[in-house]
Design a binder for this molecule. Sequence first.
Ligand code: GLC
Length: 551
Amino acid sequence: MTQHLAAPAAHTTETRTDWWRGAVIYQVYPRSFADGNGDGMGDLAGIRGRLPYLRDLGVDAVWLSPFYASPQADAGYDVADYRAIDPMFGTLLDADAVIRDAHELGLRIIVDLVPNHSSDQHDWFRRALAEGPGSPLRERYHFHPGKGADGELPPNDWESIFGGPAWTRVPDGDWYLHLFAPEQPDFNWEHPAVRDEFRSILRFWLDMGVDGFRVDVAHGLVKAAGLPDIGSADQLKLLGNDVMPFFDQDGVHAIYRSWRQVLQEYAGDRILVAEAWTPTVERSAYYVRPDEMHQAFNFQYLGTSWDAAGLRAVIDASLAAMRPVDAPATWVLSNHDVTRHATRLANPPGLGTQLRTAGDRALGLRRARAATLLMLALPGSAYLYQGEELGLPDVTDLPDAVRQDPSFHRADGQDGFRDGCRVPIPWTTEGSSYGFGTGGSWLPQPTGWGELSVQAQTGDPGSTLELYRSALALRRARPGLGAGRAVEWLDAPEGVLAFAREGFVCTVNTTAAAVRLPAPGRVLLVGGDDGVETAEGTVTLPADTTVWWAV
Ligand code: GLC
């Protein structure tokens, strides 16, 4: 099913100073960041109050996961009204205040756009259901009669990403498609009203002053003509490895070209970022051709284990894939859909990105700190997920009764451990929900969470928070780090990465033993084990440690 597109020649009208090319972008998950009204749920007022923290941390932009009106069947990725704020997060005035304050602090704001599906409570879907088979509104979604003598079988064999069939039958006999939960019906992007509506939604938020959009399931909007069967019993294994009839279809690109034109109507450098789980980084590059989006998440990087050879291969492949389209590479280690990297790296490799085992926490934290310094030394844009700057582990032992991830419930508890990275973050050592808010927290925080809080770590030079602050300050002082398209690999022993950038070298020991090498320069920063020793022109690099050098 592999398709081929010719990469267009790169154009060079945009200058190399575009803010987003080397930006560090911090993901806020609004439910779990800060609770301004004491109801146990994070909100826009809470975010607004913590913007100075983000400015001081040293990030360039903030991406807000969805805060739109939603029944919250999938934590807000089921949108009922794209132009309204859910009352649990605040009002449009609060959103306006967040955008204004952020801009005054020099931070950009990127909002999440969810175009693949709406909520089943969206006005179009409710009316489509009420009007019955043959309603023109049903054409804006994928309503179809079933197969079998009485239409009792779904229209095709597609499975939901969250488990179970991707089709649900409504009482009048029609079936509708939902690649995710049944409460998330997929839009029919062949319908012009859907295309018009989303261009209008883009303008609504651009008029509000946002600096860009993270586009949810950007690879999913267009389905193969005729909705053909996949013919495989184990579809989830195919995901991310092959082009599926519902993912990464070439037709999506025309949509993003038209969105780019909408953004170009606006002043300022506004951006589109693709959440596109494609089989290869080469296919991700199609989303960021010069007339489409600006960035695409690099999930191949996120999925790479702590191993020098594998990391070098994915770094080289990512940089090479982006070069012909003149887009920056991006790097990400954690987000709201995967186990936090401090816990992934605490476990043996090969277990995937959703784990329920805590592993060796000290090892995981050491590697996480080293992995972050590696990421922040690479050319391109880096994404941070709230709480990783505190070295937070995933909460792997949440009782099933409190879990809210719809994929956990649909997969009969065998999968769907995304709640573990969504536990509200600790701001203070003590107090109700460790400073998250005054009214508890929607997911229980583990004992000892306060020791990992912003308050506990601030001013402690050995803390993960101060490591992030130092790294981001050094990156700002050396804009060359985020810029460029290449790294110069230096000779290094097996299991060690060493590369040069302008006036800078990064060395990474991914092995379990200390390694001795020639010292490339003066130590700037250490992430991992602090026991780095330099003597007589050599350095002993401890296990699982990254060092930044000035040369
Ligand atoms: C994206 C989101 C995820 C959500 C899914 C369906 O992958 O990141 O949280 O469940 O889309 O909208």
